[in-house]
Design a protein around this ligand. Sequence first.
Ligand code: 3HC
Length: 310
Amino acid sequence: MMKTVLTSPEELLKEFEEKINSEQKIEPLDWMPEEYRNHLIRQISQHAHSEVIGMQPEGNWITRAPSLRSKKILLAKIQDEGGHGLYLYSAAETLGVSRDQFIQWLHKGKAKYASVFNYPALTWADMGAIGWLVDGAAITNQVSLQRTSYGPYSRAMVRICKEESFHQRQGYEIMWKMMQGTKDQQEMAQDALNRWWWPSLMMFGPHDGDSPQSANAMKWKIKRETNDNLRDKFINKTIPQAELIGLKIPDSKLELQEDGTYIHSDINWEEFWKVVNGDGPCNEQRLEHHIKFHNEGEWVREAAIKSGLK
Ligand code: 3HC
């Protein structure tokens, strides 16, 4: 049977929408509206940058890990994050933008990355809090993104989620161990939770009503759940984990409801936007570090291209 060739923009759009509505994936060579393509380029590349910039606060602790076991685990975890960045850059490149362009957008401040990585990691307990809370929040989002409508992004998410759940557990294990330790260690764990709790909740983005990208993201099934839904899921599952090991969530308004969900305080949105817009405690440091090592690594990229590795 001869296949009808679709030509008019209306027909192409109709076919695209039918695919989205029937849960089929959009693949790189399929026709897609430019707004859909641009939305994905923005989100996936920002996601990739988050993975890579996220290596910095933890990399800071490799040489100071308290045992060989914890050093090996931390090294492997950070290496995983670099790998996640590579899957995601590759997925984003299928949309027709080069890796160099993504990096330029990052260096020029045009592309964002998760605001949470602009906070400093001050003690070893921060390695616990980052793994448990930051990776825990990231997984909550990424599990739902496994069902995103763009094929390469969805497949990258499936692989990433498998590794990310180990990261969450290694962080929780650090917190659990510290809570079984001396009073000083317990205080250090509590202090790390106090500092990372709110930035972790901010990872899900602004409230649904203040999220300009959400309407298209939900319509095109790029995002499968809203920012607030995902944040609440994370809050509801993380509070019992804190209580189990004797940690206290730093929120005086916290109240358990009959349905197992929590009433909680609102996020400090002024702080959120300040950090997103470049004025957090470590924004400058994170970007400068990336630019410095990207430039110093030029010879590695050149050597890889010459030897046919790229
Ligand atoms: N940090 C920095 N910027 C943020 C942000 C955050 N936590 N939350 C929102 N923003 C930005 C958005 O990028 C958007 O700016 P833009 O239009 O210039 O891109 C603006 O604030 C408004 O937010 P919206 O809610 O309208 O934007 P989105 O619909 O894109 O939602 C998001 C934001 C929830 C972060 C969404 O983009 C998303 O789900 N992204 C994929 C997941 C991701 O990037 N995760 C990074 C987490 S870190 C990680 O995975 C590493 C792991 O190893 C720990």
